[in-house]
Every structure is written in C-alpha cells, then in structure tokens.
Design a protein. Structure first.
Length: 208
C-alpha cells in the first residue's frame, strides 16, 4: 500500500495534479480541503454558528468522506466559512483522524491539502510540494471563475490569495510548509501535463 502526500498553496495546481496521479496509479484520491468545506456546509445548512468550536468539531466527526461533492463545495461562501473553522484545533484533530483512516485504503491513496506530508501522513512514501507565484495563482483562479460563468477582479483575487497564504502559513496548528523530505514542483511556468510528468518521474523513482 502506497500513500502519496501532496501539499501546496491555493491554485498552485495540486488538486488537478492529484486527480491525474490517482487515476494513473489506480489509487483513491482525497482533496482534504473539501473535508473542511463539507463541515462548513453542514453548519450552514443546519443554521449553526461558525464560531463555536465544539459544535464544529461535532460536525467534523460526522462527515462522510465518500460523499464529497466538489461542484457544490467549491462555492465561494463555503470556502470563506471553511477558512474560519479550519483554524480550530478540535476540528483539525477530528478531520486529520478521518483523513489518516482514508490514507490506509488499498491499493494506495493520494491526499492533497496543506498539511498532508507534515501532519496527516508524515510517513508517506512520496511527498510533493506543489507551488507557484501568487500572481500566477491569482490569474489561474480568476480565469477559473470567469470560465465558470462568474465574475472576478484580478486584484481582488490576488489579495484574497495573499491573505489566505498568510493565514495558512502563519497558523500555530499545522501551518502550511513543505515537509523536510518533500519534492518541490513549481508550476509557475509549467503546463499541467509537464507538472504531471515531473510528478510521475519522482513517484516512479521513489516506488522502485
């Protein structure tokens, strides 16, 4: 059984890359960011507060990781709510336990997020840290929103990404950072296919 841990900031391409890798190796895939969004949506749907850690933690323990709907959970309002509960230690502990259980599924798993290689799966056979410059990531996120029929201002998106980076990297519980043994993939000037081939070369070498 193999675990591949993929970390990195928002809009660096780690989600697309993770899904491609999981498909190529026949592994199960989990976008751990969606688990926080699922908790946020459960709280919103039930009309519960987003600032009560015990309530949020209870919701986290009830989340079914097999029923995460990316399209629904990608809504901006859910993302905002998720960022508020993601800093709660009790919520993180509940979801990390669920993510760790998922990582043990055969024949292998690919988990992507912010703290996979450092906290969730520190013993993963392969660790990748996927990043890109904030400007490139903002442009990608804006284009993604516009392609989906929405409206987005580049400066606003860039500001949001920089604020999110600061929050993810500055939190005391599981901050975003590369694991000491992670392989860095900077996608700033890469197509997704180029990034995928780079990742495959790293994975194949590690699994030999």
């Amino acid at each position: 059984m193999t675990t591949i841990a993929i970390d990195g900031p928002a809009a660096a391409g780690k989600g697309t890359l993770s899904r491609l890798i999981a498909g190529a190796y026949g592994f199960h895939h989990l976008d751990t960011g969606l688990t926080y969004r699922a908790v946020a949506k459960a709280l919103i749907d039930a009309g519960l507060p987003l600032d009560d850690e015990s309530v949020a933690a209870h919701a986290a323990r009830e989340i079914d990781l097999s029923g995460l709907d990316r399209a629904t959970l990608s809504a901006h309002a859910i993302g905002d709510a998720a960022s508020k509960i993601a800093v709660m230690p009790e919520v993180r502990r509940a979801l990390v336990a669920a993510q760790q259980a998922f990582s043990r599924k055969a024949p292998g798993t690919v988990l992507d997020g912010r703290d996979i290689g450092t906290v969730v799966c520190p013993d993963a056979e392969v660790k990748l840290y996927v990043t890109a410059s904030p400007e490139i990531r903002a442009r990608r996120r804006r284009d993604e929103i516009v392609t989906g029929g929405g409206q987005a201002d580049y400066a606003t998106v860039l500001s949001d990404i920089e604020r999110r980076d600061a929050r993810d990297m500055g939190r005391t519980d599981s901050p975003l950072r590369p694991a000491a043994d992670a392989h860095l993939i900077d996608t700033s000037t890469m197509s997704i296919e180029t990034a995928f081939q780079a990742a495959r070369a790293i994975i194949d070498a590690a699994l030999e």
